[in-house]
Design a protein. Structure first.
Length: 202
């Protein structure tokens, strides 16, 4: 299955005019590596986020964590591209809750960033076989999940064995690039629980 996933994904490299994948990768890279990883009791965001002067998310005083980092990335691109023009602050705060999975709906809690983009109308969900660098990804290792910017597939020969991504995690002392392998390939990532979302222009 993983080999077929890679083969089909090679046909998904052509960028569509409305895709913002290059902008997402650039925004993800604009945050410096490191900075510390702090998960409990904060927003996780490496910067303050506002909409039309209203506070959407405060900057975490020290460090960051995955959902806060990826939300900061998506909001940076939304701001530069004007994707949230005319939106109400409360609507974007709801988007933030969906992004973090901070709701009771089990589907939203499972898919998080992928679901949030489509629900707000600024993106669409993407099947794993069509995923490309610059997509947002919520993945799971058993009960532990992670919100990341997808950078590509990790391969061994012709087989896809894992994912390459950028996010904030303890192993990189905050923001950084990382590789994780699938279950059965020496890692813990469940290949059946990969949820990709692509930020797009209207």
């Amino acid at each position: 299955m993983l080999c077929r996933l890679l083969t089909v994904s090679l046909f998904a490299l052509t960028a569509w005019a409305d895709d913002l994948n290059e902008e997402v990768v650039a925004a993800a890279r604009s945050f410096e590596d490191g900075g510390g990883y702090e998960w409990a009791g904060g927003t996780g965001s490496p910067r303050e986020i506002r909409l039309a002067g209203e506070l959407i998310l405060a900057r975490q005083e020290r460090g960051s964590y995955c959902c806060g980092y990826t939300f900061a990335v998506v909001m940076q691109v939304c701001e530069s591209e004007g994707l949230l023009a005319g939106r109400e602050a409360e609507e974007v705060r709801k988007f933030r809750k969906h992004w973090y999975g901070a709701v009771d709906d089990e589907t939203v809690r499972e898919q998080q960033c992928a679901w949030a983009l489509e629900n707000l109308g600024i993106g669409r969900t993407v099947r794993p076989r069509k995923a490309k660098a610059g997509d947002f990804l919520q993945f799971w290792r058993g009960r532990s999940g992670h919100s990341v910017v997808f950078l590509g597939w990790e391969t061994r020969g012709e087989d896809v064995v894992g994912i390459r991504y950028r996010s904030s995690q303890g192993s990189t002392d905050g923001i950084g690039d990382k590789v994780e392998l699938f279950q059965g390939a020496g890692g813990d990532v469940d290949p059946e629980r990969l949820y990709f979302g692509r930020l797009t222009r209207p």
